[in-house]
Design a protein around this ligand. Structure first.
Ligand SMILES: [Zn+2]
Ligand SMILES: [Zn+2]
Length: 180
């Protein structure tokens, strides 16, 4: 058991590895049809909710143990979470800007400035209703609901202060010197 954990740790530190030779030997012995059948069976038996729950429990246990024995695990885990979050943000901005990666109002294209905006409210109300889950994950899990758009942080703030419409779109308010 303990030994297994150190093998896992090595895999973790050195990237995913698998025994290619053993795999090839097994493939030769079983033949391609049998390999395919086994793979199919593996996927079928692992797709049930029951199995997935067991896998979740196993994963939780394994991560807990890693935290104890592997000094680099925390950093590894944080990086994984950061990368995932970045990916999700990118996916959402891309979807809601229809691939153009810019602000729907002023065409600002600096990626760091882009945000997701709820078209019909100021955003605060909505974020309260999805606790413990970031907006990007929520949008993806809900299949990209239509009432969202990409705005830059300027247009987003402007819209918020201007009662729901960006000053850019509001000809009087948009003029310099209008705000006291
Ligand atoms: Zn803008
Ligand atoms: Zn604007």
């Amino acid at each position: 058991m303990r030994e297994n954990m150190f093998i896992y740790r090595d895999i973790l530190l050195n990237g995913m590895v698998y025994d290619k030779q053993a795999y090839e030997r097994r493939k030769q012995k079983l033949g391609p049809d049998e390999m395919r059948a086994r793979w199919r069976e593996y996927r079928r038996s692992n797709s049930s909710e029951d199995y997935r729950e067991k896998a979740r429990v196993r994963g939780r246990k394994w991560r807990k143990l890693q935290l104890e024995i592997n000094p680099n695990f925390k950093e590894y885990q944080n990086k994984q979470h950061r990368d995932k979050a970045k990916e999700k943000r990118y996916e959402c901005i891309k979807h809601y800007s229809k691939g153009k990666m810019n602000c729907n109002c002023c065409s600002e294209h600096m990626y760091m400035f882009l945000e997701i905006d709820h078209k019909n409210d100021n955003g605060n109300k909505h974020r309260e209703s999805i606790p413990n889950m970031n907006i990007y994950r929520w949008l993806i899990n809900n299949n990209f609901p239509e009432e969202y758009q990409v705005l830059c942080s300027n247009c987003n703030k402007g819209k918020h202060f201007n009662g729901g419409i960006c000053p850019h779109q509001d000809s009087d308010e948009g003029k310099p010197g209008t705000y006291a």
